[in-house]
Design a protein around this ligand. Structure first.
Ligand code: SAH
Length: 397
């Protein structure tokens, strides 16, 4: 067994990792002692040579090291991965129930497993090895998952941009058992949804909105809903099942709307309870405004407007515009549920953008609830980057 290479940090660059932030950027590295390649385990020391942590290295990535361990004596081997994976699974004990059979099982850094994302879809796992380090331990990881969970198959989704930055291929593949059917049915909050694990967005379903779908649906009795950026209808179907009388779904992808249509049927909701609009939400909301249409509950769950800090200004304007359009369509006494999933837009900025929209709308807008990502997407104090989903539930007069 060869000794791990030692990465020495520049003076003062150990500050965040001392608080257990798991990332070391390439610019923080003073020197590398010993031979190391992408995915290798390395030891990291501060400028005095004192131990900081152990992690894996990738010279191609700006995030040169992701720390796995702050204990000098730990050995990062199959048993190590297995123990961390077991802990992560056991944290989801209270999420899986007869009403909910699917969730995110491992949320990377936030589950102390940097670069690894695992979603459970009923009896199948979808795994993302985001980094060269997790790619290196693929076998150990899959062995642990299949030993601990009785699953029919484990499928890797490799078509994620982050892998390109790590110098990794994009081919998705079956790693264990059989491939998930292209259309399968999961249960969430007692409702059924058809998901496309291979072609769908993210790994097929937005688990992070599970609790928010319920929070929003709590206000939906007797209401007419406008569900913008609906994807396959998670918010609408929850709202309709909680007494909403009608929902208008707006989504730019026709195939997601086809799935939304299936999801209505799956949950025994009449066809007449929903209108499926294949359109750009910005344009369609303007059209609704021009027609003086009003809704009791407007939901805005757009895709990430700010993929990074460099797009921040454009993103803030995007949030302001869509929220202004949305607010104008709320019946007096109704509600707006508005979200941002841009990690780069923090709470204060998102609140400012919605606040500008509220001011321009000439409506009285009260925040009655703040919403965030569901508990299978935990946020680490030491890793603020793990917090990305923010939402406000607003009452509008
Ligand atoms: N609310 C959904 C998730 C929304 S994800 C849920 O609860 O599951 C964002 C969705 O917005 C994606 O399905 C994407 O196809 C769609 N989208 C992206 N840009 C859009 C646009 N300009 N107009 C309408 N839909 C858009």
């Amino acid at each position: 067994m060869t000794e791990s290479a030692v990465i020495k940090l520049k003076k003062g660059r150990d500050r965040t990792v001392r608080f257990h932030h798991p990332w070391i950027f390439s610019g923080a590295i003073a020197s590398i002692e010993g031979k190391t390649q992408a995915g290798d385990i390395v030891r990291v020391v501060d400028s005095n040579g004192d131990f900081v942590g152990q992690g894996y290295y990738n010279p191609l990535s700006q995030i040169a090291v992701r720390l796995l361990e702050f204990d000098e004596t730990a050995k990062i081997d199959a048993a190590w991965w297995d123990a961390r994976i077991a802990e992560s699974i056991s944290r989801r004990r209270n999420i899986i129930s007869p009403k909910t059979d699917s969730c995110r099982l491992i949320f990377g850094e936030s589950d102390f497993l940097p670069g690894l994302v695992v979603d459970l879809y009923c009896s199948f796992l979808i795994v993302q090895f985001v980094t060269a380090g997790t790619e290196r331990f693929k076998k150990e990881i899959v062995d642990s998952l299949t030993a601990r969970l009785k699953v029919e198959g484990v499928f890797e989704r490799a078509d994620i941009p982050a892998r390109k930055k790590e110098g990794l291929p994009q081919q998705s593949q079956l790693l264990f058992g059989k491939s998930p059917p292209s259309r399968m049915i999961i249960r969430e909050n007692g409702l059924s949804y058809e998901v496309d694990l291979i072609g769908g967005q993210k790994t097929g379903w937005y688990f992070d909105q599970r609790d928010n779908r319920l929070a929003v649906a709590d206000l939906a009795a007797d209401s007419r809903v406008l569900d913008c950026f609906s994807y396959t209808g998670g918010f609408s179907i929850t709202a309709l099942s909680h007494g909403a009388v009608h929902s208008t779904l707006v989504e730019s992808s026709g195939s997601f709307l086809d799935q939304a249509h299936c999801n209505l049927r799956l949950n025994h909701l009449p066809e007449s309870s929903a209108e499926l609009i294949n359109a750009d939400a910005f344009n369609y909301l303007r059209k609704l405004r021009d027609e003086n249409r009003l809704f009791d509950l407007v939901i805005l769950d757009p895709p990430k407007f700010a993929p990074s800090k460099s797009n921040l200004e454009k993103a803030i304007n995007g949030y302001k515009d869509i929220n202004l359009l949305g607010l104008k369509l709320v019946n007096p006494g109704g509600y707006l549920a508005t979200f941002s999933c841009s990690g780069a837009v923090d709470w204060r900025l998102f609140r400012t953008a919605v606040g500008w929209a509220a001011a321009d709308s000439n409506r009285k807008v009260q925040i009655i609830k703040q919403m965030h990502q569901a508990p299978d997407h935990p946020v680490l104090f030491s890793f603020p980057q793990s917090e990305y989903l923010k939402g406000f539930l607003c009452r509008v007069e």
